[in-house]
Design a protein around this ligand. Structure first.
Ligand code: ADP
Ligand code: MG
Length: 698
């Protein structure tokens, strides 16, 4: 077995490969494109394409594809082989600069929320040279953006790149005001911690709900769940350990910096965290990670569940989006410094994030809105649907003193009068309350914890980058015109704290009292469901933000509104249909068979022992008969609710009907089914139970 450094990135056309396979001139030119966004000429593109093809072919690749991220949230690829006929009847392997730069997938089957109807029928993909090409399944994958012919974004990468540009532009303006002339770019970096469940593939195959919807739609609670707290950071079982080792190998070959792995709170739940990197690369890598996780699981007789809530009654899965912004010269702008200059700058960027999260809390909630994630957010699970910022007691106290121009007493410095340039050293707050916060400052980065485990991290970062860009724009506008920079800076930081302190909350985010306080006293929004929040994407202030920073056009926003709600509706309709079907064709016949056998047993007993009361059998048959009647009736009601959706009119109304009628009826059907499970002999039950699934992998 080779050592990790020898095969790390072996399937990636990375800087090392570029340097080794491109002429110095071509390499320089490509680097300029990657680092500074310089335009690429076709000569360079041809040379890069040829080198890519030779390298890929040497690694066994026969095809290439433009790899992109349509609005489905998963990745898409259409493979073309490198072959081209030669006059002698054979073939040669070809890949041109034009093919590298631009592709034309048949875009008509990707969701576009009406965008393509408004514009052109076809879309094109455009190479993103800042994310390295890689080989997967004998195919050279070129990361690309996916656009319509008028440049309208049909994917998640295009707006993400635009939001990075917006942030870069405004952050550089602010840095120049602090006298920084060296930084050429400011780039957001993300480390996404990915949670997932592993279940046995044989058991998975027996459950139609898992196969069709990724989550269990039925299932009585097992006698043991997560109450013993014995799984979190517990010993990793051999089968899972073998899976993790194999997964790491695959990810490392793809240049993905898989770093940390451990068991999570729920049984069968685990986490993988990579080392953080530039956000568009982190996004590509996270999409790849999710794909490889599922592929590797299959090799181990396992299935990797990425759904946000595969099981009721135990924790769901999320993705912690650790976000920071740094200069190309390596300065983390969210890292408190040692010098007065660094302190002032840190405070301003910290304030920019606080203001951004308060002003655009709705956009952050919207960016993670899916049917699956609604089971976590606002449903008594980490984190709540109310967005708030955790700073820790000490940093919050420091901001409090700045706000009131009061002296601050610290152990190190004693009593000091704080200013933008005088900041005491503070400790990173690692209290438990931090873990309940949707948006926590963790020393030199913010951790946004509302992202769903199956979500692309693109949307969350688009909103975060753009909202912070807007804060910085406001600051730069004001400071560039200021007569006394220091005084203006001090005043602005104080004002931000005064105006936005309502978003800062250092207490327990799970507490019901917090939700009440947040909504009633602080006026924060609490959108529990996707249909509650998504319409606010089109609120005037949100459209103004996203269009003024050129991240989305109005038409693109309308398309996101449509696609998000369409996704929500489709997901739940599939769940509802699967439920009704399983209830009728699996659960009812199984319970019926048990009831019949029980009744037969009672009859046989009475024959053998005349006058035998057979209380047990009689009670059981009574109870189960009542339940089967209920199940049948509830399945019918659910089917009716789904049928009624055709009269909804528009997608907004349909989503509301689903929230208000379909979802409650799904719960209504589940209840008697789960009750029947607890009364029915195990051998009759038609599919593996919660206990089997959660404790079935050793
Ligand atoms: P935990 O949140 O469990 O305490 P860490 O804070 O060490 O763990 O890291 C969690 C994730 O945050 C990792 O993916 C890590 O690479 C990432 N991370 C660490 N520092 C930064 C940073 N400055 N910017 C963005 N992500 C970071
Ligand atoms: Mg973390």
């Amino acid at each position: 077995m080779a050592a990790v450094p020898e095969y790390f990135g072996s399937l990636v056309f990375d800087d090392r490969v570029m340097k080794a396979n491109l002429s110095a001139e071509v390499y320089q030119s490509l680097r300029k494109t990657i680092d500074e966004g310089a335009k690429l000429n076709i000569g360079v593109a041809n040379a890069v394409a040829a080198a890519m093809k030779d390298w890929a072919a040497a690694h066994g690749a026969t095809h290439f594809t433009h790899w992109f991220q349509p609005l489905t949230g998963v990745t898409a690829e259409k493979h073309d082989s490198f072959i081209s006929p030669s006059p002698d009847g054979g073939v040669i392997m070809e890949f041109s600069g034009k093919e590298l730069i631009q592709g034309e997938p048949d875009a008509s089957s990707f969701p576009s929320g009406g965008l393509r109807a408004t514009f052109e029928a076809r879309g094109y993909t455009a190479w993103d040279p800042t994310s390295y090409a890689f080989i997967k399944d004998k195919t050279l994958c070129v990361p690309t953006a996916f656009c319509g012919y008028n440049g309208e974004a049909l994917d998640k990468k295009t707006p993400l790149l635009r939001s990075m540009e917006a942030l870069n532009k405004q952050a550089l303006r602010v840095l120049r005001l602090f006298g920084n002339t060296e930084a050429k770019r400011v780039v957001p970096a993300v480390g996404p911690e990915q949670e997932y469940f592993l279940v046995d593939a044989g058991m998975w195959a027996k459950r139609r709900d898992l196969r069709f919807t990724g989550r269990t739609l039925f299932g009585a609670r097992p006698p043991k769940g997560q109450e013993m707290d014995d799984h979190y950071f517990g010993t990793i079982k051999p089968r899972v350990a073998a899976y993790m080792a194999d997964l790491n190998d695959e990810l490392w070959k793809l240049g993905i910096l898989a770093k940390t792995q451990h068991n999570e709170v729920a049984p069968a739940q685990h986490e993988l965290a990579p080392i953080y990197t530039t956000v568009n690369i982190a996004t590509d890598h996270n999409q790849l990670t999710m794909e490889i996780m599922q592929k590797v699981a299959a090799r181990h007789g396992l299935v990797c569940l990425l759904h946000e809530k595969p099981f009721v009654g135990v924790n769901g899965s999320g993705k912690h989006n650790n976000w920071s912004i740094s200069t190309d010269t390596g300065i983390n702008l969210l890292s408190p410094g040692d010098t007065p200059y660094e302190n002032a700058q840190f405070l301003l960027f910290l304030c920019a994030v606080i203001k951004a999260v308060d002003d655009y809390q709705d956009l952050l909630r919207i960016s993670v809105a899916t049917a699956g994630n609604d089971h976590r957010l606002g449903a008594n699970e980490a984190p709540p649907a109310v967005v708030s910022v955790f700073l820790g007691d000490e940093l919050a106290a420091i901001l409090g003193c700045i706000e009131h121009d009061a002296p601050y007493t610290s152990i190190d410095t004693g009593k000091v009068r704080l200013g933008v340039d005088v900041l005491p050293k503070f400790r990173r707050d690692t209290t438990d309350r931090n873990r309940t916060s949707p948006f926590a400052f963790t020393g030199n980065k913010f951790e946004f914890r509302m992202v769903g485990s199956s979500d692309s991290i693109a949307c969350a970062n688009i909103m975060l980058n753009t909202a912070v860009a807007e804060s910085l724009r406001v600051y730069a506008d004001r400071l560039e015109g200021a007569e006394d920079f220091q005084a203006a800076l001090q005043a602005m930081i104080r004002k931000t704290i005064q105006d936005h302190k309502r978003i800062i909350f250092n207490g327990n985010g799970y507490d019901d009292a917090w939700t009440a306080e947040a909504v009633e006293q602080r006026g924060l929004s609490n959108y529990r469901t996707t249909p509650d929040c998504v319409p606010h994407l089109l609120d005037k202030k949100n459209v103004a933000l996203l269009t003024s920073h050129k991240v989305f056009t109005k038409a693109e926003l309308l398309s996101r509104y449509e696609v998000t709600l369409e996704n929500y509706c489709k997901t739940i309709i599939i769940e509802a249909d699967t439920m009704a079907d399983m209830a009728r064709t699996e659960i009812l016949p199984a319970v019926q068979a048990f009831v019949l056998d029980t009744a037969k047993a009672a009859a046989a007993k009475k024959e053998l022992v005349p006058g035998c009361p057979c209380e047990y059998e009689t009670e059981l048959v009574k109870k189960l008969s009542a339940l089967t009647d209920q199940i049948s009736r509830k399945a019918g009601e659910l089917e009716e609710a789904v049928l009624a959706l055709s009269s909804a009119g528009d997608i907004g109304a349909e989503a509301e009907m689903i929230r208000d009628v379909v979802l409650p009826r799904m719960s209504g059907l589940r209840l008697p089914c789960d009750q029947a499970e607890t009364l029915t002999a195990r051998k009759y039950w038609p599919f593996p139970t919660y206990g089997d699934l959660l404790f079935g992998v050793r």
